[in-house]
Design a protein around this ligand. Structure first.
Ligand code: GLU
Length: 268
């Protein structure tokens, strides 16, 4: 099977050096093996995704000398796929409606990154009512049905610990999918054999592995890379005001030279 990796940014802001590092890792992993490198725009969040960020992402990657294979895939054009995956899980009795408001649950819980608190299952077993709701995966039921699962990261076997992630959201109130569902469906649909991404998504992989089992999807290998640190040793994240690639590009920084420094593991 052709080695296939992808870079899957969310167009909710500008890319920074951490993204460049991750894109280079995924790109080089495929190229060194004669494989394919894909670009997928994760824009299911209709309120936060912006077309101008997509254009900037394309320019940023080109500036870094990274070329992808085939057409760019947009998740916003694939909502029907997520809806049918969701339906499969619903039919198996693995989903429940959650009516909790954002104010009631920490915003961070539905974000793919970080170690947020786990949803306490408030709405599990609650009677259905006519109100805005998201769909959550009953993780205990899902794990019981999925059986013993493991996955490999850097060729090392990892036991599945999805239970610790709690009842994650699979369809949002405002979108018929969530990050976890869309990424799982798409990696399979696009034939991704090796998921190369940052270590901040390590815990999410437990959830993706369970979803693959429940949806009968192929299981890729994972290569979670360390996160890029700045000169001060601090993790580079856009939240901490790291310079964006677009700003560096505009100020005349040579993208190919920057990519070479990132590949060489130099502090940037
Ligand atoms: N869209 C996610 C992000 O921008 C990454 C998805 C992934 O690599 O699985 O953080």
């Amino acid at each position: 099977m052709t080695v296939t990796t992808r870079f899957a940014p969310s167009p909710t802001g500008r890319l920074h050096m951490g993204h460049a590092f991750s894109a280079i890792r995924a790109h080089d992993f495929a190229r060194e093996r004669g494989g394919r490198f894909l670009l997928r725009i994760e824009d299911i969040d209709g309120t936060r995704s912006r077309p101008e960020h997509v254009a900037t992402i394309v320019d940023d990657l080109t500036w870094l000398g990274l070329a992808w294979d085939g057409e760019v895939v947009f998740q916003s054009a694939r909502l029907d796929r997520y809806a049918s995956a969701l339906e499969k899980l619903r039919e198996r009795g693995l989903l429940y409606r959650c009516y909790c408001t954002r104010a009631e649950i920490a915003e961070a819980m539905s974000a793919p990154h970080g170690t947020a608190a786990v949803y306490p299952g408030t709405c599990r077993g609650a009677p259905a009512r006519d109100a805005a709701h998201c769909w959550r995966l009953d993780m205990a039921a899902a794990v019981a049905l999925g059986g013993e699962l493991s996955w490999t990261d850097h060729a090392r076997m990892v036991a599945n610990e999805a239970l610790a992630q709690g009842d994650v959201v699979l369809a949002r109130k405002d979108a018929p999918a969530s990050y976890h569902l869309a990424v799982t469906v798409d990696d399979a649909a696009q034939g991704v054999t090796d998921v190369v991404r940052g270590r901040d998504l390590f815990a999410a992989t437990h959830v993706h592995r369970v979803l693959q089992a429940l949806l009968d999807l192929p299981v890729p290998r994972w290569w979670h890379h360390d996160l890029l640190a700045g000169a001060d040793g601090e993790r580079l994240a856009k939240r901490h005001g790291a310079p964006t690639l677009a700003a560096m590009r505009a100020s005349g920084v040579d993208g190919l030279a920057l990519a070479a420094r990132l590949r060489a593991g130099e502090r940037v």
